[in-house]
Design a protein around this ligand. Structure first.
Ligand code: FAD
Length: 463
């Protein structure tokens, strides 16, 4: 049986950047990439072509396939180590910054646009001041926006670059990580065959996080619970946010609630974008997109409450899934409610929505009552944050503002890795969102580069 130099599980940004770095630094290495979803041009969500509703495909074309969740992401490359993951905890802030700069150059080489938002320090510091006056902490971040429409082209270019240098197999699910004599030995596939290598890089993303945490437990890796972020996606007229988003694209705001002292934050701002549904292993949640070419009349962003559970509870992912499942149960998918209806303690209906000033960009959402889904603590935290935001973005605390639920960020259980992203099992590396280490494109890509460099060093040191 062929022994591969390296096997990569998952072809999202973390897996792709592992492959890019390996082929760049070790052109002769034999690398096998295994991806359970389809090739990028076959990633078609039936919701876009059929009448209505999520078809609950498995794997889901939005998050699985070449490019991973990155392919149809909003494509904001956050160019600071303060956001998008925990990489600095492993490699240090300086190295994380350098890795992010390095991967940013690669994204640019494959077609990312030149413009960087949030680079005008004067404009940023005046916004920081305005937010502080409203009792909010605006954290500056430089952002390169690829756009949901541009991401697939960039990832396609990476595919074209890699396809003759590594063996890429799509539509192949890895079932088990094989261990022999305490070291990684390869992977077993869902079709009953196996592939052998003494170096396996696991990059399964959020979609594969559940699978990986089960595998990690089975093979004896230490796992640490990460927080789970639960909240809503907020949609407002874009005219309210244009002045801010034109300068910094994304307002990253932190707020500690008076009621519970919980961290509530804005996340993934999509100026003049669209609210979208996402299917994470059968659970339908909400997310946002914005395009580099197409502009809508609305801006959307998430307001999320971060919660780290303490002993004895160890299943934050299951907790988040259960809340999302409640929304699915009531609304058949995503619920949408006007803020005014939530204040009044009543559900939104199609008739009430039609009276609103904000036309929902997600047509598939069911008008409903988020109070029946979200725990009191979450609703209170979200309402407090929105009221405070009114001081920074006048018009947000309006009865017309739309809330979609629920948005859940499953940040996977964190697998113990060293600064090379190697787990406690020699030769087994874990990178990206699925390892619980990163939460965004830039850090996911950077973690792949870091693992690849360690592998290259070892292979070059071999006689
Ligand atoms: C709608 C949306 C918008 C987003 N917008 C942004 C944004 O603007 N900025 C940002 O920084 N981030 C954004 N993100 C997050 C970003 O996409 C992820 O952080 C990033 O893609 C993580 O990269 P990854 O390689 O770790 O995992 P993923 O991109 O999730 O890729 C993992 C791949 O592994 C495959 N896989 C899983 N398990 C297996 C298995 N057992 N066998 C074989 N293959 C497997 C999956 O099918 C998937 O293709 C967004 C995500 C979504 C869904």
């Amino acid at each position: 049986m062929k022994r591969w130099d390296v096997i990569i599980v998952g072809a999202g940004p973390a897996g792709i950047f592992t492959a890019l770095e390996l082929t760049e630094k070790l052109p002769g290495a034999s690398v096998l990439m295994l991806e359970k979803g389809p090739e990028i041009h076959k990633r078609i969500c039936p919701r876009n072509t059929l009448a209505r509703g999520c078809r609950e495909c498995s794997p889901c074309s939005i998050v699985s396939g070449w490019g991973g969740a990155g392919a149809f992401s909003d494509g904001k490359l956050t160019l600071t180590p303060r956001f998008g993951g925990l990489l600095p905890e492993y490699v240090g802030r300086q190295e994380a910054t350098e890795l992010i700069e390095y991967v940013d150059e690669i994204w640019k080489r494959f077609g990312a646009p030149d413009r960087v938002f949030g680079a005008d320090e004067e404009a940023v510091s005046s916004l920081v001041k305005e937010a502080a006056r409203a009792g909010l902490e605006l954290i500056p971040a430089r952002i390169r926006h690829l756009g949901t429409d541009k991401c697939p082209d960039i990832l396609k270019a990476m595919y074209t670059h890699l396809k003759d240098k590594v063996e890429i197999r799509t539509g192949v699910t890895v079932d088990k990580i094989l261990i022999r004599d305490g070291k990684v030995h390869g992977v077993a596939l869902a079709d009953g065959t196996s592939e052998v290598s003494a170096t396996v890089v696991v990059a399964p993303g959020r979609e594969g996080a559940w699978w990986f945490s089960e595998e990690a437990e089975r093979i004896g890796l230490s796992l640490e619970a990460n927080p789970v972020d639960i909240g809503v996606r907020v949609e407002v007229p874009a005219v309210l946010t244009d002045e801010i988003t034109d300068k910094i694209w994304e307002f990253k705001i932190h707020y500690y609630s008076r009621a519970f002292d919980d961290l509530v934050r804005t996340f993934c701002v999509c100026p003049r974008g669209e609210v979208v549904m996402e299917n994470s292993a059968g659970v339908i949640t909400v997310n946002g997109h914005s395009y580099s070419g197409k502009r809508t009349e609305n801006t959307n962003f998430a307001v999320l409450v971060s919660k780290t559970f303490t002993e004895p509870f160890k299943e934050p992912i299951a907790y988040g899934k259960n809340i999302a499942t409640l929304a699915n149960m009531l609304g058949g998918g995503v619920l949408v409610q006007r803020l005014g209806d939530l204040w009044e303690g009543r559900r939104s209906t199609a008739r009430r929505l039609a009276k609103g000033m904000v036309e929902p960009t997600l047509k598939d959402a069911t008008p409903g009552d988020l109070m029946l889904v979200l725990p009191y603590r979450y609703v209170m935290n979200i309402l407090e944050m929105l009221e405070a935001l009114e001081g920074f973005i006048p018009g947000v605390w309006s009865r017309h503002t739309l809330l979609y639920g629920v948005e859940v960020k499953f940040y996977s259980s964190r697998v113990k890795v060293n600064s090379d992203m190697e787990t406690e099992i020699p030769g087994l590396f874990a990178v990206g969102d699925g390892a619980g280490i990163t939460r965004g494109l830039a850090q996911a890509s950077a973690s792949g580069v870091r693992a690849a460099r360690a592998i290259v060093r070892r292979m070059q040191a071999r006689p």
